[in-house]
Design a protein around this ligand. Structure first.
Ligand SMILES: Nc1ncnc2c1ncn2[C@@H]1O[C@H](COP(=O)(O)OP(=O)(O)O)[C@@H](O)[C@H]1O
Ligand SMILES: [Mg+2]
Length: 267
């Protein structure tokens, strides 16, 4: 592994599921958005959650990060139940999320954004004055080096190229030392090559730090290149679970998703 990383929390043992989801369900009115879904994600691995538009992917994410309370089912993080906890508590337990909202402050520099995330992780208060400016500077630069952004540490986030901003957002998420990273459409709006690069970087860091990653992605090239396994949702039901190759060959998946003639899902 080309990246040597430190982690203050004990990394999960390889093969241990970091996240276990059992029989998760959520309805909106009469719509069963997520209908009894079970899966797990192991430390250091990438699990892609795919499915057509409206399949229930985002609803699933929102139940894992505390934004939505499930109607039934259980979510375990490192063996501990987090079902129904508030987003802040879930984040404190080590569930990071990236890219759904722009996580950076545009007028602040790249380094300041990461410093602020480190300050928040440490439970400290941010102050832009005096010596506070230097707090966690070395740690921020170490994270920026991991995502290849240390040379741009002094630039304002607002002037960055889109792909670079995504890498800063990844560093911001890593500042919380997550055990699990949730990435809902992380590469939306990116050019194909940038998508592959961002997910290659994510996979490398996840493997080195033992982070479990659950991500949704419309670009099937990215899914097939950068997932250890794939689960497929269709109208709230988990219809397939396997390696990218197994899922690609699955007749049910072809019928509802890949067989539709599209190489990417809706939005
Ligand atoms: N807050 C909500 N209120 C009502 N219906 C919702 C809400 N969120 C999602 N849905 C419905 O749940 C289903 C799954 O949506 P979603 O989880 O966003 O799918 P995906 O992310 O796979 O595109 C859809 O039919 C959608 O219209
Ligand atoms: Mg969605």
């Amino acid at each position: 592994m080309s990246v040597v990383l430190q982690q203050s929390r004990a990394p999960a043992m390889a093969g241990d599921p970091v996240l276990v989801v059992r029989d998760l369900a959520k309805s909106f009115g009469g719509v069963r958005a997520v209908d009894g879904v079970s899966f797990s994600v192991e430390a250091g691995t990438m699990l892609a959650l795919i499915g057509p538009n409206g399949a229930g992917k985002t609803t699933c994410f929102n139940m894992l990060n505390g934004q939505l309370r499930p109607d039934k089912g259980e979510v375990l993080l490192g063996g501990r139940p987090i079902t129904g906890m508030k987003p802040r508590a879930v984040w404190r337990m080590g569930v990071g999320r990236t890219f759904q909202i722009t996580a950076t402050f545009t007028s602040m520099t790249v380094r300041e954004n990461v410093q602020m995330a480190l300050i928040s992780h440490a439970g400290e208060i941010w102050s832009p004055f005096g010596r506070a400016r230097d707090r966690h500077k070395a740690a921020a630069d170490a994270l920026l080096a991991q995502v290849g952004m240390v040379e741009q540490a002094e630039r304002a986030c607002g002037v960055l190229a889109y792909g670079d901003l995504k890498r800063v957002e990844l560093a911001v998420a890593l500042a919380n030392q997550p055990k699990l990273l949730l990435m809902d459409e992380p590469t939306a709006g990116m050019a194909p090559r940038e998508r592959i690069e961002l997910m290659a970087l994510t996979a490398e860091i996840a493997a080195a730090k033992g982070i479990a990653v659950l991500f949704t992605e419309h670009d099937m090239d990215v899914v097939f290149t950068h997932s250890d396994s794939v689960i497929v949702l269709d109208r709230g039901l988990l219809i397939a679970h396997g390696t990218a190759e197994e899922v690609r060959r699955d007749p049910n998946v072809r019928a509802v998703y890949l067989g539709s003639g599209a190489t990417s899902g809706g939005h």
